[in-house]
Write a protein that binds this ligand. Structure first.
Ligand code: ZN
Length: 237
């Protein structure tokens, strides 16, 4: 069984009307609803407004895969929590960052770069599957379209992905590395670009399948208690 925690900076109560018009249960609720039908997943949600930002040790340390969506409140996530998340990934936890989580503290910490990109609101996107044999691409066609999504364009300031699975093309002409995996320590990190809060991409069947496949792909075989390295102090999750 994979213990999945979906984290968002907003609860339903704090989500804007424009978001609730597209996702009546909020972003967390939308992602939870398509993941919870899977018999191999225990799914729970957490958000920034809860005690300890929704991720006290007992939640974080029982999470196999952490899904992260953030936008305007990245700086409210304390550095101490970011370090715990980073170290748990090194110990084996899988992590999925969606859309504007490219600027979240845990993603920047795991990448070691600025993670900046080019952006523009509202464009048609065509997502190309460029690693069709990859487990995250299982059941995904050669390409599919999202009628309206926020344009994210290159240059995306990330380290070269270990696996680049999807490439996004926008009607305005830009391209973007939209689905990428990195190995960090014993953990896997998957970034996937669609998911602007007012665009409805989490209702798309292929977006749902990619995130579902992603959970299974980054799920750890095992999470170790501590990484021992003679050159550094021990990393505890
Ligand atoms: Zn956005």
């Amino acid at each position: 069984m994979i213990n999945v925690t979906i984290w968002n900076e907003d609860s339903i109560e704090t989500s804007a009307e424009s978001v609730l018009a597209v996702y009546p249960e909020g972003l967390n609720g939308a992602i939870r609803d398509f993941l919870k039908v899977n018999d191999d997943m225990n799914v729970r949600t957490a958000n920034l407004e809860e005690d300890e930002c929704g991720l006290p040790d007992e939640i974080l340390n029982s999470t196999d895969v952490l899904i992260w969506w953030g936008h305007g409140k990245h700086q409210r996530v304390p550095d101490e929590l970011v370090k715990k998340i980073h170290n748990r990934v090194l110990c084996g936890m899988g992590m999925i960052f969606l859309h504007s989580a490219h600027f979240s503290k845990p993603f920047i910490s795991l990448m070691g770069t600025t993670c900046s990109l080019k952006w523009r609101e509202g464009d048609r996107e065509r997502i190309w599957t460029i690693l069709p044999y990859h487990p995250i691409a299982k059941g995904i066609p050669e390409h599919f379209e999202l009628e309206s999504e926020e344009m994210y364009g290159e240059r995306f300031d990330i380290p070269a992905p270990d696996e680049q699975i999807f490439l996004g093309w926008f009607a305005g002409g830009e391209v973007f590395r939209s689905g990428n995996v990195w190995n960090r320590g014993l953990g896997k990190v998957f970034y996937f670009q669609p998911g602007h809060e007012t665009n409805g991409s989490f209702h798309n069947e292929y977006v749902q399948r990619i995130i579902t496949n992603g959970v299974r792909y980054v799920a750890p075989v095992e999470i170790v208690e501590k990484i021992e390295c003679p050159h550094f102090e021990s990393l505890e999750k």
